[in-house]
Design a protein around this ligand. Structure first.
Ligand code: FES
Ligand code: FES
Length: 162
């Protein structure tokens, strides 16, 4: 981002994946761009850039959001979890399930899908079919690999003996 010149910078103070960080950024830069370019957290993908595909899904204060629609000034003082934050010591159970059940093809949608599934299980450990559909409604897979994604969700549920 160094080639770009911005006059009004703000100090963005956030907690990213349990680490407190501060960085000077333009206040209207999107969180998705900040995560990728200032923190090299490139697991958060940018595809549509307008809140339609879910590739940039992250947790902001434990709520699932599209990072391409959150501006830096809106994230100030908040806590962010990205796909990288799910696997600090070992893979999260949802990541493991996606791997085991072929929940990805090109993988571009996968981080966002995993964050959406994670958010669903966090708020509802016993999802019904309609809950799963609703949880994934904002995440698009261009490879149309939904079969493997749904198998991965079911796998997590079976592992938990629901
Ligand atoms: S890149 Fe954010 S929703 Fe598509
Ligand atoms: S696996 Fe390619 S976009 Fe979903």
């Amino acid at each position: 981002m160094s080639a770009l010149h911005y006059e009004n910078l703000m100090t963005l103070s956030v907690r990213i994946n349990d680490e407190k960080v501060e960085v000077k950024v333009p206040p209207t830069l999107s969180l998705a761009v900040i995560l990728r370019n200032y923190f090299q957290l490139t697991g958060t993908k940018i595809a549509c850039g307008i809140g339609r595909c879910g590739a940039c899904s992250i947790l902001l204060d434990d709520e699932l959001v599209n990072a391409c629609l959150v501006m830096a000034y809106q994230a100030n003082g908040k806590s962010i979890t990205t796909i990288e934050g799910l696997s600090k010591l070992s893979l999260d159970e949802v990541q493991e399930a996606f791997l085991k059940q072929g929940g990805y093809q090109c993988g571009y949608c996968t981080p966002g899908m995993i964050m959406a599934v994670k958010a669903m299980f966090d708020r509802n450990p016993h999802p019904q079919e309609s809950d799963i559909e609703e949880a994934l409604a904002g995440n698009l897979c261009r490879c149309t690999g939904y079969g493997g994604i749904l198998r991965a969700v079911k796998y997590v549920m079976n592992q938990k003996h629901y």
